[in-house]
Design a protein around this ligand. Structure first.
Ligand SMILES: C[S@@+](CC[C@H](N)C(=O)[O-])C[C@H]1O[C@@H](n2cnc3c(N)ncnc32)[C@H](O)[C@@H]1O
Length: 474
């Protein structure tokens, strides 16, 4: 049948479900149409932007019929910001949609069946749940259609803006002044830093020609202590600028416990500190989970939703079902938080992590918590586990593996190394159901079966979802 769907065509569609990336799904003539920001139950007038063989991408022109799943978004930046793209959907419905997406991905992409799905675990806090955010400097500002119409300046290439990336733009930021994810005080810190940078006369960095000065502002606000880290990431270190920033911030925000100026000369748009200059306070922040405390450096990974991290780690413990006798490998261990959390239930825990600074944090965190059965090793897991005999000789046979890779999932060599190491049980934590499905499909080809799965909402109002999965030997 020839489809009536053509690029540029306007059509009214009913949204049936929600796909990854906060995309509403509609169907016309056997065609799947993905509609950005549309939610199930809405009827929307859309314009087709791209047409492929079996699906099309469309943009909402107007909502013709509202959905009972809709709610008024709380954030003034909703719609433009690439962050909370589901804020206009009732929270319980966000959860239900994320749960469906996880199951669908495991079944459809991973071809996995016969596993138990447990109900998604909601986040304890729907707003101000994050303990870390990265704001970007840019020469280009995103403007709303209304601002463009009213002639507001801002699209010129020589401006200086600080905020969050506009959805779909790597080079344009929204000058955020009221983000509801980190903590109210951090909005003032962003505002003050933006004014400071503007007054300095130095330009924002541009990835296009690798020139400019100001790159990122990273703020960590710990939820279970009062620690607050502000890290201004620049291309170079300028002593005058750094000292002026120190005077301003320590004067205006005495709550800051750690003030850092980091530099990075990388072409990549990644907020990673290559050199670090401590301007005031400590070089780390302290966060607590239960009775454990964690020192976290600027480059170390720590779960961003502290209160939900505790619930996730409790699930890791439940899934791992440790008796106190096991040798546990914690792959992609970051600053060792899972290792330390489960250490009281295992004989030994070995953590593996690529970032050297995170491994140092993990070692320091063991000592500060008086834990003596954990060891941590720095290195890329792609190469670390390949020689099975040597790994076993060095670290002992793993009884249980806990795996928590980055969004991109595991390297195929790491998956093969895990199969060769053959632990009895694998607890897999993932922040990306698509790469989880891909990696589990390989692990579950012959040797393991997927037993149970639980989605966990770490990031309310965003399109992201965390998953924990238990694999056992067949
Ligand atoms: C999602 S975090 C998990 C951290 C930790 N499990 C936790 O709960 O805090 C993923 C970690 O994997 C590390 N990582 C990424 N790629 C890696 C690789 N190829 N080898 C080793 N570690 C890697 C990152 O630096 C990061 O600390």
């Amino acid at each position: 049948m020839t489809s009536s769907i053509k690029k540029g065509k306007e059509v009214a569609v009913k949204i049936e479900d929600l796909a990854f990336g906060a995309q509403g799904i509609a169907r016309v003539d056997d065609f799947v149409i993905f509609v950005d920001r549309a939610i199930p139950g809405q009827t929307v007038q859309v314009r087709i932007q791209k047409k492929k063989k079996k699906h099309a991408q469309a943009r909402i022109l107007r909502v013709l019929e509202h959905s009972p799943l809709e709610q008024e978004p709380e954030c003034v930046h909703f719609g433009a910001c690439g962050g909370c793209s589901l804020q206009h959907m009732v929270y319980e419905e966000q959860l239900a949609a994320k749960e469906r997406q996880v199951i669908d991905s495991l079944r459809r992409l991973g071809k996995l069946e016969h596993f138990i799905t447990e109900p998604i675990l909601p986040s304890p806090d729907p707003f101000y749940y994050r303990n870390k955010m990265e704001f970007s400097f840019s020469r280009k500002r995103w403007l709303s259609p209304q601002e463009i119409e009213s002639g507001v300046k801002g699209l010129q290439d020589d401006g200086l803006f600080l905020g969050l990336h506009a959805k779909g733009f790597f080079d344009k930021v929204i000058n955020v002044h009221d983000c509801k994810l980190l903590a109210p005080i951090t909005n003032d810190i962003v505002e003050t830093t933006r004014k400071f940078a503007l007054q300095s006369g130095l330009p924002a960095y541009s990835t296009l020609d690798h020139s400019g000065f100001f790159r990122f502002l990273i703020i960590r606000h710990c939820k279970n202590t009062s620690d607050l880290m502000v890290n201004l990431v620049t291309h170079d270190h300028d002593t005058h600028i750094a000292q002026a920033f120190r005077r301003l911030m320590t004067d205006r925000f005495p709550q800051i416990t750690s003030l850092i100026n980091s530099t990075t000369q990388s072409w990549a748009s990644v907020a990673f500190s290559e050199e670090e200059y401590l301007l005031a306070g400590k070089s780390t922040v302290l966060e607590k989970l239960d009775s454990l405390s964690f020192e976290i450096s600027s480059n170390s990974f720590f779960q961003t939703n502290t209160r939900q991290a505790k619930q996730l780690y409790d699930l890791v413990l439940e899934y791992a079902d440790l008796t106190g006798q096991e040798n546990v490998y914690d792959l992609y261990c970051g600053a060792g938080s899972i290792s330390l959390y489960v250490s009281g239930h295992a004989r030994k825990v070995i953590g593996f992590e690529a970032v050297e600074q995170a491994v140092q944090d993990a070692e320091r965190n063991s000592l500060r918590n008086d834990i003596h059965n954990c060891e941590f090793f720095a290195g890329d897991l792609r190469d670390r586990l390949n020689d099975t005999a040597k790994v076993i000789e060095q670290y002992g046979t793993p009884d249980v593996m806990i795996i928590d890779p980055p969004r991109s999932g595991m390297h195929p060599k790491t998956v093969q190394a895990i199969l060769a190491l053959n632990p009895d049980r694998i607890v897999h934590v993932s922040c990306n159901p698509t790469t989880l499905a891909r990696d589990l499909a390989v692990l579950c080809q012959e040797q393991y079966k997927l037993v149970r799965v639980r989605p966990v909402d770490m990031f309310p109002h965003t399109a992201h979802v965390e998953v924990i999965a238990l694999l056992e030997k067949v």
